[in-house]
Structures are given as C-alpha cells and as structure tokens.
Design a protein. Structure first.
Length: 290
C-alpha cells in the first residue's frame, strides 16, 4: 500500500497497524503544527481504503491494534465510519483495539446517537489535541476551539462511551504566559477527566507560523525550569483517575503510569530534576522536531 504525504501517529500507537483513512487535517491552522502542510484535507474513497485493508491482511497474519490516520478521522461522515469499522472487524477479527484521531469539535458535530453507533461498531479509543485550556493561548495558536467547546466535545464522547486520550503541550504559553497556560490546562483537565492524558514539551517545527514568531521575537521560548514547573503544577493539582503518558521524547522527565497511584513518585522525580537544574534558571528548553 502507498501512504500519501507525511505520516504521523501518537507514540502510544507505536505497535499499531496504520490505515490511511483521511488525508491531512480538517483544521490545519494551528500555528505550532506542520504535520499536514503537504496536503489538503480529504476523506479517502472507501473502496480505496478497503483495498488497503485487504492488502494489509495479506501482509500481517495477526493484527492486535489498528490506528486510523491522518488527522481528524472522526470528521468523516458517520455512515462512512460505520462501514469502515465493519470492514476492519470482519477482516481482522483478532484485533482488540481500533483508534483514531478526533478533534474535540468533531465529537460536537455528531449526535450522541451517532457517537454511540461508532463506539458500538468497534472504536475503542479517540486521540484528541487539547493543547491548552487557556483561551488566550488557544486563540493565539489558531486552534479554532474554545475551552467551552472542548469541554462539550469531551462530555459527548464520554456520554457515548468513547475512551479518549487528550494531548497537550508544556510551554505553549511561552515564557510570558507559562503560569496562565498550565493553570487553565490543569483546571480544564480536572473538568473533562479524560481516560488518558499525554503531555509533551513544546517543539518548534520548521516552517510553522510559530517558528516565524520565535524568529521575530513575538514568542519567547520558555525555559527548562518553566517546563518543569508546569509539570510540577499539573501533578500537584490533577484530581482524577487517568493514565499519564508523560514519556514523549521531548519531555525533560520521562514519566508513564496510572494516576493518582504514581503521582507521588512522579512529583518526586520532577522535584529532583528541578533541584538539580535550579542553577540554570534562564536556559531555554531544547527540543526536537516531531
């Protein structure tokens, strides 16, 4: 099978089979992101996707996990998704997990009954990018989503029984809005209570609007200590059960485990790194492109 353009999947899906269902991202305006700058959003012809599925069946005698790419697969029509999930289940009866990217606004644009149908047809997890709970940051990064819309989208996904993983970005408020960014993000996470969360440290992607803002001095990169203090604040104030995927390659401290069980240990590790790096107060975070 031939994948079109750049291909991305969340790091927890490293062992999943990737099936390209959409091309690009239905939003594709976020200033920090260049993932899908090489294509316009399109839902692929279902027959072409079916051909890929059949081809993958010939490649793999056993498939445990499938991840549907590109961005915002949930934006496809419900009848399309139901046919796709039925095909996946019939072709890979041994598969125990089918996941996809979904914008929180994509949940809002479907009815609860539609979301329940999609879940009952075999969707086991949806990955959504929250990025920040701060309305100022969300506006600056052109996410095209308000905190209220994010909360509503999550409410609908949970009512439908769709398991969700929310990702967000340490440092996205920059040096000047670090505190507001992390406090608002923590507050909204406590309201939304997703099944799993995945924080990652800010990385400036080549060719993005954010990269140009950094070069012009309009966005001041956060320091290492600010990133660490953001994670410290988050771990001090999260108050619900979730799984913490804090082991992204750009994170300063690699943490992975269930909360609140692992919270004290995670805090101790973050606090120890803060203490060790306290002398380098002004050192700007160094991260790598995705």
């Amino acid at each position: 099978m031939n994948y079109q353009g750049k291909i991305y999947r969340p790091w927890p899906e490293a062992r999943s089979i990737l099936i390209q269902t959409t091309l690009g991202c239905s939003v594709n305006t976020c200033t920090f992101c260049s993932m899908f700058d090489d294509k316009r959003f399109k839902v692929r012809d279902l027959n072409d996707v079916f051909k890929d599925i059949d081809q993958l069946r010939n490649y793999y005698p056993y498939v445990d996990s499938i991840f549907l790419i590109d961005g915002n697969v949930m934006a496809a029509r419900t009848d399309y998704l139901l046919k796709l999930l039925d095909k996946l289940n019939s072709t890979f009866p041994e598969c125990t997990k089918i996941s996809m990217y979904s914008g929180l606004n994509d949940f809002r644009r479907k009815s609860i009954n539609e979301l329940k149908e999609i879940k009952d047809a075999g969707l086991t997890m949806a990955y959504s990018g929250l990025e920040s709970g701060d309305p100022v940051v969300l506006d600056k990064i052109k996410k095209n989503m308000t905190p209220e819309q994010a909360i509503k989208g999550m409410e609908m996904a949970k009512e439908a029984g769709i398991k969700t993983l929310l990702s967000f970005i340490f440092g996205l408020g920059g040096k000047e809005r670090s505190h507001e960014h992390i406090t608002a993000t923590t507050d909204i996470l406590n309201k939304m209570q997703p099944n799993e969360i995945a924080p990652m440290a800010l990385a400036i992607q080549p060719g993005t609007v954010l990269e140009q803002e950094v070069k012009r001095g309009e966005f001041i990169m956060p320091t290492e200590l600010q990133i660490l203090h953001e994670e410290q604040y988050l771990l001090n104030h999260l108050n619900f059960n979730t799984f913490y995927w804090g082991d992204h390659g750009n994170n300063i401290v690699s943490l992975k485990g269930a909360l609140p069980l692992c919270q004290p240990r995670f805090l101790n590790e973050v606090n120890a790194v803060i203490e060790a790096r306290s002398a380098a107060e002004d050192r700007v975070i160094q991260t790598f492109s995705w």
